[in-house]
Structure formats: structure tokens, C-alpha cells
Design a protein around this ligand. Structure first.
Ligand SMILES: C[C@@H](O)C(=O)SC[C@H](NC(=O)CC[C@H](N)C(=O)O)C(=O)NCC(=O)O
Ligand code: NI
Length: 131
């Protein structure tokens, strides 16, 4: 078994695709309209779904915003260098909501961005200690 995808409902599919590709460097892997359900799915990630976990962006036609609530945390991305990634993503228009540095109550270097719908994206360095 393996984790295939995480689904995020988004209010503007083009806006979200632009963020995940231009700011986070992902690829648009596939996209499909479902007229009978009045929604569109866009799968994005860093490689083919056969061996990569991806994001499934769901656009419900005519729905431009959602209440995110307080339970969902974040999606974490591994980067070679958190400090450098923050600068590159900020230059590409990304919204850094927590600058790079040791996490609270720990030593792992992390940073957080916010995507166009307010979902949080965590950046963690490749050499971080797990656990
Ligand atoms: C290890 C890394 O993947 C983490 O996500 S830990 C980040 C840390 N998490 C928490 O503090 C969880 C408890 C918190 N009360 C909550 O419910 O979110 C975190 O968010 N740190 C913030 C920071 O600025 O370091
Ligand atoms: Ni995390």
C-alpha cells in the first residue's frame, strides 16, 4: 500500500495550478472535467503518480472559497535548503508565513508558506532528523 494523493478543494483552479507550479516547482500531471458532477480535478506533483504521492486539486464549479477550519495542519515538502527555498519561493511570489529556522520545541529547520486558498505548506530540509 502507499499514499496516492491528498485532495484540496480550491476556489480558483488556474490560481492554484500557477502557485504549485511556478512557486513550488510542481508539474501539472493531468486534469479532467466532470460535467456530470460539475467539478474539475487537477493532479500535481514532482513526478509520475506511479511512484510519487501527489496533490489532487478539486474545483467545484462556481465555488470560489471554503472555510478551512482549524483541524487540518499542512502538507510538508522536502527541500535541499530551507533558507534558500524560502528566498526562491518569495521571489516567485510565494507568501512565507513563517520564516526558516528551528521548529518550536525542537531543532528541525522548517518554514511555512500559505497557498492561495490559505492551506499551509511546510518546508523541511533534506538532512533533517526524523522523529
Ligand atoms: C516536524 C514538522 O514536520 C512539524 O510539522 S512540527 C511543526 C510544529 N508543530 C506543532 O507545534 C504541533 C502542535 C501545535 N500545537 C499544532 O497543533 O499545530 C509547528 O507547527 N511549529 C511552529 C513553529 O513555528 O515552529
Ligand atoms: Ni510537519
Amino acid at each position: 500500500m502507499r499514499i496516492l494523493h491528498t485532495m484540496l478543494r480550491v476556489g480558483d483552479l488556474e490560481r492554484s495550478i500557477a502557485f504549485y507550479t511556478n512557486v513550488l516547482g510542481m508539474q501539472l500531471l493531468r486534469r479532467k472535467d466532470y460535467p456530470a458532477g460539475e467539478f474539475t480535478l487537477a493532479f500535481i506533483g514532482y513526478g509520475d503518480e506511479t511512484d510519487q504521492t501527489v496533490l489532487e486539486l478539486t474545483y467545484n464549479w462556481g465555488v470560489d472559497q471554503y472555510e478551512l477550519g482549524t483541524a487540518f495542519g499542512h502538507i510538508a515538502l522536502e527541500v535541499p535548503d530551507v533558507y534558500a527555498a524560502c528566498e526562491k519561493m518569495r521571489a516567485a511570489g510565494g507568501k512565507i508565513i513563517r520564516e526558516a529556522g528551528p521548529m518550536n520545541a525542537g531543532t528541525t529547520i522548517i518554514a511555512f508558506l500559505e497557498d492561495p486558498d490559505g492551506y499551509q505548506i511546510e518546508l523541511i530540509g533534506e538532512k533533517h532528523q526524523r522523529g
